[in-house]
Design a protein around this ligand. Structure first.
Ligand SMILES: Cc1cc2nc3c(=O)[nH]c(=O)nc-3n(C[C@H](O)[C@H](O)[C@H](O)COP(=O)(O)OP(=O)(O)OC[C@H]3O[C@@H](n4cnc5c(N)ncnc54)[C@H](O)[C@@H]3O)c2cc1C
Length: 420
């Protein structure tokens, strides 16, 4: 391993590590990429439900806004390698992409495996030495700077080390959180780890009854301690344990934080967020008039999905068999209220292993945002989810991994960074 070129060890052949390894090698470094699994990019292969939502077409300001976990720290990395840079690179590499609703960008093949194969080819072309099934246990230092890695097969000397071991979720993909320990051994602070983009556990029995039912154009509001509140309009689904789906995942970061702070968290679903109380009342009266010879159970199918009717009637204290003609004004008010305020008692998130992304990680205060270099250990660089960064769904997490991987590679290879 000694050609006179810079020797770089990259730990983790995930999204960030793969781009970092290829780019550092293209810049002339001798790169050794260590991966604990027997294949590269296992998590990449399951992203975007197997379609790989590579990035988003939104402007960079939107990326920062969609990154509740230290978005501003990424400004500099996005300035150096943005979503348009990524798309231009993929085009040069021969991969076509398509942009879908919400600016989400996917490979045209809609196959995440194509992205893995592309990186496999680029590793070979760039001359990266790939060490599969070779977990790194420790980062070696000498005189306060990174000097190599210790793996299960021995030690490797290097001028620079890029730590790209990912978060702690979906451990079967290899992301088991090893990087946190390795960084902590060198004095880095690891902020509290918790799941983000995670389904929520609710104690309400009706969630289980409605399991599999998805709702569109509803508002979910979550609240803690009276004053803390957040709300989103969109799609969600009931599950055997509670709730999931896009708006649930997006609100889950907030909920996970409140729960970790010890707050009791409640939620509310508004099935008709576009209607004022008066308009909803008129709508209900119209339906009741139309179905005036029926029982209540059979009078609401135009207002809500069939499976919801009994649940909403129960919440409104209305027997499902009640003839429509016997509904009291009070019961109608109850019904109106239940449609716009379905209560949820949120007791927990699903475990971190099931999270799309890990909140928390290596403190960004100890990382140079323009180079991704450690402020504590010279020659040590970080890339991807191992850092305390996390974003919403929409391609923002992959772009964060790509951008930080790119910058770490340039800095470690001594191009545009502060390589010492
Ligand atoms: C189901 C799912 C779907 C997702 N979909 C999307 C999506 O469509 N778009 C999006 O933007 N984000 C998505 N994400 C999030 C995204 O996948 C991650 O944020 C991203 O993969 C982080 O990249 P990374 O390189 O930091 O870590 P990873 O991709 O997790 O890679 C880390 C690598 O390091 C290796 N490793 C760990 N420890 C060691 C060790 N000790 N030695 C050697 N190697 C080690 C691991 O095996 C792994 O290969 C999804 C996540 C999940 C779980």
């Amino acid at each position: 391993m000694n050609s006179g070129n810079k020797q770089i060890a990259v730990i983790g052949a995930g999204v960030a590590g793969l781009l970092a390894a290829v780019h550092a090698a293209e810049l002339g470094a001798d790169v050794h990429l260590f991966e604990k699994m027997d294949r590269i990019g296992l998590k990449m292969g399951i992203t975007g439900k197997g379609r790989c939502n590579l990035t988003n077409s939104a402007p960079i300001g939107e990326f920062i806004a969609k990154t509740p976990g230290n978005g501003k720290f990424l400004y500099s990395a996005y300035g150096r390698f943005s979503n348009t840079d990524l798309l231009a690179l993929l085009r040069r590499w021969g991969m076509e992409t398509v942009t879908e609703r919400g600016g989400r960008v996917f490979p045209k093949s809609e196959d995440a495996q194509e992205v893995r194969r592309l990186f496999m080819r680029k590793l070979e072309e760039a001359g990266v030495t790939l060490h599969l099934s070779d977990p790194v246990h420790h980062i070696l230092t000498e005189d306060g700077r990174a000097a190599g890695v210790e793996t299960s097969r021995g030690t490797w000397a290097a001028d620079a080390v890029i730590l790209a071991t990912g978060g702690k979720s979906y451990p079967r993909t290899g992301s088991t959180g090893d990087g946190y320990r390795m960084a902590a051994e060198l004095g880095h602070t690891v902020t509290a780890l918790r799941p983000a983009l995670i389904p929520l556990v609710c104690s309400n029995a009706y969630c289980r009854e409605l399991q599999g039912l998805s709702l569109r154009n509803v508002t979910l509001t979550v609240a803690a301690g009276g004053r803390r509140k957040a709300s989103l309009l969109g799609e969600m689904i009931f599950t055997h344990f509670g709730i999931s789906g896009p708006i649930v995942l997006s609100l889950s970061d907030q909920v996970s934080l409140w729960l970790s702070q010890g707050y009791a968290v409640t939620g509310e679903i508004n099935l008709k967020p576009a209607l004022s109380e008066e308009v909803l009342d008129r709508r209900i009266l119209r339906d009741l008039a139309k179905f005036h010879l029926k029982q209540m159970r059979n009078a609401l199918q135009e207002l809500m999905p069939h499976r919801l009717i009994d649940v909403i009637l129960h919440m409104s204290d209305i027997p499902p068999e009640l003839p429509v003609s016997e509904l009291t004004r009070r019961q109608r008010a109850n019904l109106r209220y239940a449609v716009q305020h379905m209560p949820l008692s949120i007791t927990n998130t699903r475990p971190i292993e099931e999270a799309i992304v890990t909140a928390g990680g290596i403190s960004v205060k100890e990382i140079q945002s323009s180079t991704m270099e450690s402020k504590l250990v010279a020659g040590l660089y970080f890339a991807g989810e191992v850092m305390d960064i996390h974003a919403f769904t929409g391609g923002y997490n992959l772009q964060a991994a790509f951008s930080t991987g790119w910058v770490a590679a340039e800095s470690a290879a001594g191009q545009g960074g502060t390589y010492r």
